[in-house]
Design a binder for this molecule. Structure first.
Ligand code: SF4
Length: 124
């Protein structure tokens, strides 16, 4: 798996902090922040590449520029531990297995408008 983290910081205690930059019209809920898979993927990459110990928690933050009439900057904090990474590994292995077995489940959403597989998807 290959990924690029927007920003990786060290706090005053030397701990890594993953920062993801977002723009959004809506505010994020803490439950959405805590269950975000992108952050879990970054935590997984840091552990898999030995930037953090296997059982360490990884701190993460979303820096969000709210697209409002008067733009607003917000920060949301979360953490990912070994249980999250284990679940993520299981999830990605399952997705990979689905791909290898040619499983395709169309998931209509906002990405469909620009999807290069739109026609093939419609004819599937
Ligand atoms: S059009 Fe593209 S993004 Fe939308 S469901 Fe089909 S494959 Fe997925």
């Amino acid at each position: 798996m290959i990924g690029v983290i927007d920003l990786l910081l060290r706090d005053g205690k030397g701990n890594l902090v993953v920062v993801d930059h977002k723009t959004s019209k809506l505010a994020k809920s803490q439950s959405a922040v805590d269950s975000d898979l992108q952050t879990t993927a970054y935590s997984y990459l840091l552990a898999a590449n030995r930037f953090v110990f296997p059982l360490a928690e990884v701190q993460a933050r979303f820096d969000v520029l709210r697209k409002l009439k008067t733009p607003k900057f917000e920060q949301y904090y979360t953490r990912r531990g070994p249980d999250s990474r284990k679940r993520f590994a299981h999830l990605t292995a399952t997705v990979l297995s689905g791909i290898e077995n040619r499983v395709f489940l169309p998931c209509k959403g906002w990405l469909c408008a620009d999807c290069e597989y739109g026609e093939a998807c419609q004819n599937w």
